[in-house]
Design a protein around this ligand. Structure first.
Ligand code: UD1
Length: 371
């Protein structure tokens, strides 16, 4: 082995992005890949089930940091990750997405680099350049700072390239490679179709809407959460709404004593079961980032319960509509879909299942010319 690469995962949306890259690097005999799990997500339903579904091996190291305030969580990850860097001395670290683990490991690697006074390890960010321009979102901070620290920036859509160029990133460090999460989706779609989850939940194809909601901006404020839930109550008169509840949302619904008995609440699902529920849904309501992209590829109408999106191609090309938190808007757009007027879209360029292939080739060539 000539080169050592660390791939970092920490929270649910990371696993489906890291898996195709991990698998692809196996084709390179000169590359050794270590998988590091920070432990930001630790519930079986938010972590282990994804390793099983995506056929990821047990992580080489598990940092076990768990939940805490953002600063404490970030600091803990940095402290633990630095020890791994010292021990393993990788040539490159890869971080994906925009969660606290993404920033913490990129920052730790950048600091380690100063300590060692060598231009290594290189830092690569997958899903670079996305911007919501909303600094109240912890993910926006993570995105911007991670990009500022990264040497190689892999983007999913042209707008991300423009954002990075405007921020002064040299063009030769930016690579528009497509969406690696879609590699996972296309790879596992057939398997997901065999899932028994619809039967288990007694649901029929097209007979339900699927809801996910966990953003602090939506669930941490009592009035906002109540408003959204009330709007959903109106929609639930016309179509069943299935809601896999994130632990944060569960906690807040309980704290604010908000009734949700008109929704079909279930525990968070694994990758394959959730994919099956998306494939067969009439439409999706969500405040997630990744789900806006997955529904675009599946051709399922998506209503995004946020004021903005850092993934504008899902609106300009895909099936996504930004409805915000306005109850009237949420209801009227849902009605349009129920009346057969759901948004149709197409699939963005390079969201073709071959993004990991492109990323790994670029990384390999880069390592060969820079080491
Ligand atoms: C994190 C990401 C968010 C991503 C989401 C997907 C950040 C800033 N946010 O948000 O971008 O969309 O993951 O789920 O990194 N908890 C559990 N079990 C767990 C993990 C968390 O019960 O395994 C509970 C804890 O009470 C914790 C809360 O969920 O305090 C929030 O967890 P945290 O990892 O801080 O952020 P998420 O809201 O999950």
């Amino acid at each position: 082995m000539k080169y050592k690469i660390i791939i970092v995962v920490g929270a649910r949306p990371n696993f489906m992005k890291a898996a195709p890259i991990y698998q692809e690097f196996k084709k390179y005999p000169e590359i050794e890949t270590l998988l590091i799990h920070t432990g930001q997500h630790y519930d079986k339903n938010l972590s282990k089930v994804f390793f099983d579904d995506l056929k990821l091996p047990r992580p080489t190291f598990h940092l076990g940091v768990g939940s805490a305030s953002h600063s404490i969580q970030t600091a803990r990850i940095m402290t633990e990750f630095e020890k791994i860097l010292m021990k393993e001395e990788p040539n490159l670290i890869m971080v994906v997405g925009d969660v606290n683990s993404t920033l913490a490991c990129a920052l730790s690697a950048a600091k380690y680099r100063c300590l060692r006074k060598v231009y290594q390890p290189l830092i690569a960010h997958i899903e670079a350049g996305l911007r919501s321009f909303d600094w109240r979102m912890p993910e926006e901070i993570n995105r911007k700072l991670t990009d500022a620290l990264s040497d190689l920036l892999f983007t999913t859509e042209p707008q991300a390239n423009d954002n990075l160029l405007k921020e002064g990133v040299e063009p030769n460090r930016i690579f528009y490679v497509g969406n690696v999460m879609i590699d996972s989706l296309l790879r596992f779609r057939a398997q997901a179709k065999n899932s028994k989850i619809l039967k288990k939940l007694k649901l029929k194809k097209n007979s339900y809407a699927l809801l996910t909601m966990h953003r602090p901006g939506n669930v941490d404020d009592k009035a906002d959460l109540k408003n959204i839930i009330q709007a959903l109550g109106k929609i639930a008169n016309s179509i069943k709404i299935v809601f896999p509840v994130h632990p944060r949302t569960q906690k807040m619904l309980k704290r604010f004593r908000i009734k949700v008995n008109f929704l079909k609440l279930i525990s968070p699902l694994g990758y394959l079961e959730f994919l099956k529920l998306m494939i067969e849904a009439k439409f999706v309501l969500t405040d997630s980032g990744g789900i806006q992209e997955e529904t675009t590829v599946l051709g399922i109408p998506c209503l995004t319960l946020r004021e903005n999106t850092e993934r504008p191609i899902t609106v300009s090309v895909g099936t996504n509509i930004i409805v915000g938190k306005d109850p009237q808007r949420i209801i009227s757009e849902s009605k349009k879909i129920l009346n057969g007027k759901g948004k149709k879209g197409s699939i963005p360029e390079f969201w073709d299942g071959r993004t990991a292939e492109r990323i790994c080739k670029i990384v390999y060539d880069y390592l060969r010319t820079h080491h």
